[in-house]
Design a protein around this ligand. Sequence first.
Ligand SMILES: Cc1cc2nc3c(=O)[nH]c(=O)nc-3n(C[C@H](O)[C@H](O)[C@H](O)COP(=O)(O)OP(=O)(O)OC[C@H]3O[C@@H](n4cnc5c(N)ncnc54)[C@H](O)[C@@H]3O)c2cc1C
Length: 898
Amino acid sequence: MPDTMVAARASEKTGSAGTQAVDVAVVGAGFAGLYLLHRLRKAGFTTVALEEADDVGGTWYWNRYPGARCDIQTIDYSYTFDPELDRAWKWSEKYATQPEILRYLGFVADRYDVRRDIRFGTRVTAANWDQGAERWLLTTDHGAAVSCRYYIMATGCLSSPKPPEIDGVKDFKGEVYFTGRWPHNEVKLAGKRVAVIGTGSSGIQSIPLIAEQAAELTVFQRTPNFALPAHNGPAPADRVALLEGDSATYREQARWSLAGVPLPQQTEVSWQLSDAERRERFEKAWAAGDLVYMLTQLWADQGVDVDGNALLADLLREKIRSLVKDPATAEALSPHDHPFGSKRPCLDTNYYATYNRPNVTLVNLRQEPIKSITASGIRTDKRAIDVDAIVFATGFDAMTGAIMAIHPITGRDGKSLSDVWAHGPQTYLGLAVSGFPNLFMITGPGSPSVLSNMAVSIEQHVDWVVDRLVAMREAGFTTIEATEAAQDGWARHMADCATLTLHRLANTWYTGANVPGKPQGVMPYTGGVGPYRSICNEVVGKGMLGFRLKGPGVAEQCNDGEVVRLQPDVRLVLNMLEEMKLPAIESLGAQGARDFVTEFNAGRPAGRPVGEVVDGTLPGADGPLPYRLYRPATPGPHPVVVYFHGGGWVLGDEQSDDPFCRDMCRRSGMIFVSVGYRHAPEHRFPAAAEDGLAATRWIAAHAAELGGRPGPVLVAGWSAGGNIAAVTCQLARDRGGPEIAGQLLLCPVTDCAVERPSYTDNATGYFLTRALMYWFKDLYCSPADRSDPRASPLHGKLSGLPPALVVTCEFDPLRDEGVAYAEALTAAGVPVQHIEARGHFHASFTMVDVVITGVGGRMQMADALRRYAGLPPERKQGDEGLRPGRTASPHEINAAAE
Ligand SMILES: Cc1cc2nc3c(=O)[nH]c(=O)nc-3n(C[C@H](O)[C@H](O)[C@H](O)COP(=O)(O)OP(=O)(O)OC[C@H]3O[C@@H](n4cnc5c(N)ncnc54)[C@H](O)[C@@H]3O)c2cc1C
């Protein structure tokens, strides 16, 4: 619709006298508010934006402190909705300064003529949903109230500065500044004694410049932060060439990337690289001066695994030591309390070197806390430091601060947002809240927001919201509200995503930990920009899944449900497999399928190192069988686990579950002996079952020779291997040994004779299909053999079996027969632990280092094996809280992590 027509549209004149009535009210005129105004006006909605500041810019209006810059390269931190705009504006630097970004936002406001719809100097103080009129009424501190059908909060994630929590601020007689509310007139610090309190991004950016002016600078640091040199200058030529060469592709890649910057995903893991290779990558990243590069491009496990992260953190601390001359100061500046990236790292220019200046002193508040601010300065518990000016760089009440500052926000049935969020923010997609119809948030808690290039996230949110409003108008709907089920599902998905990253291990403003009394939990969506975008699209594709839409004269629409029920990494893996358009394995013939699996496995991450890997042969039921032994690096002798690989009795070999065996060997501290049993169709039932017993007997008899602990062995297996493990326990009981101390049955086949509902629920789309299982069973055993307990252990006698851990996955055709086996074992008096892994699929636990959310399950498996073997549990830092099957809220996850 042309703009002239848009302007001519009449607004809904339902407001009373003194009230401004519009279709849509926007609060905030930063990056988000400006783009909203442009899109809404183009779409034909009457709008007004209410902005507390006197001009546009948001963050870049308020944060005028010395050194204020963006920390995402400016060519990426720009609007992308209009290629003409991209061409019309040229950034002068790799990381633009605050004045330049503010000029850019002013330029955008003028170019799209949005200022005329903004009421500056107007703070929204309260918002109430009028159920009868189906409109929001916004109260302001200046001018008319606003009545609107839709209320969109573009109030910013980092726009509510956190007040200092120190006694006596008002007593101070000198100058006081807040980085987040820096004066517009020039601040003269030259020749003065200055204190900076806080070493987050604003502190780290401003300290070097303040140090250059001040006579003396004292920095008060509570928590050290990782900072990387920005190496500012012109935008890197390679990036500019990419953008200018094909800006559409460049921008599209950013939209589907993890962080909103077009960088590829790193696939090599840290243990695949030598020390020298890791150092080389690190030095390259250090020289690049790019936060997102350092956060994502070194090795694949740096952001998800404590050990992989520690390798990087050590290198960063080494840099700090090399830059800061005084060892005690260097140590005080070195973070040890959080994994790199779990707290937002900073980009700096000369930050660490600033501490080598004679006029700069660091006060470590961990060692000498501030007692109070006095008339003349700051008193710690060790000394009094007199200063002329104090700069508070104490950060923000992030993500929820500006939303909650509008109080009350009263939704349907008089619900107050502050009550609904009393224990932490609850949202659907970070965009909407159940009970608050027609309210949207841009970059609200639950969206990728601050964990992304915000420019990209803001555009996606705005486009999604405005497109929905347009679609609703066309369909005749006038209200939209998220359902509780959808919102609860989003909380679960958020928690699942949070277990994937290391954010749960840090106390940060991402988790609300910087504000006393604020509920704790990972607030931004940690699943990434691209996955988030695809989920938002899926919501639309599934008929606005999780939203209730109503309108006069149209039937109510509500497709209720959870948009993501899979674990986030399982979803990614399954999407990737779908995109690969792999052939149906059963269509390849036995040998073709084996070749295919070998090739497929060649592309997976290498397993982690163990103490020793030994290949050998052992006598099976009818001839020699290969085996591979994995020995822990710890001193032995270790208990021995006999392991049977997956592959439907047809595929795989003693090496095919290599990453799983390595991981379990490391976690359990036990020897794993993976047995290459005979395969169908060359060797049909009961060859595999008989080999299982024969191998277990030989390994038990030769445990000491293998370097293992003599005595009972344990058995474990996945899928058809789980079947063999279960059968081996029954045969060993009935045929005179060996003694088995415990069994681990991972997604086992327990019943070849009966098909249960999980075969239908999960028939396709989850890697192991019903058709493939039919094929496996047909190749392995004839229908007449299928109720033989050696094929279907569920049909056997179950009493007197060793204790069992049975693991079943929600999206697995084999789920129900695993559940049935766990229940039947329990009924037969066998001690059973059953893990029902929510959101997981058949290969979740064996795709080690691909399905990271499988870690918790393998931890429990290792615990169980150790328990069966009489060993105490073992814990690795960072593993706590990673439990499958439980539906913890993000808040719980964080509390557990702490
Ligand atoms: C120093 C600094 C550097 C940053 N650098 C980057 C970066 O490099 N890359 C990146 O992606 N992000 C960065 N960010 C995050 C930044 O906040 C976002 O990128 C982006 O500017 C947010 O835009 P916004 O419109 O959502 O919110 P804001 O820019 O915060 O604008 C919100 C506006 O809403 C107004 N407002 C709030 N409440 C009310 C109310 N009740 N009534 C009226 N008006 C109200 C505020 O006054 C404000 O102007 C940075 C943040 C800071 C503080």
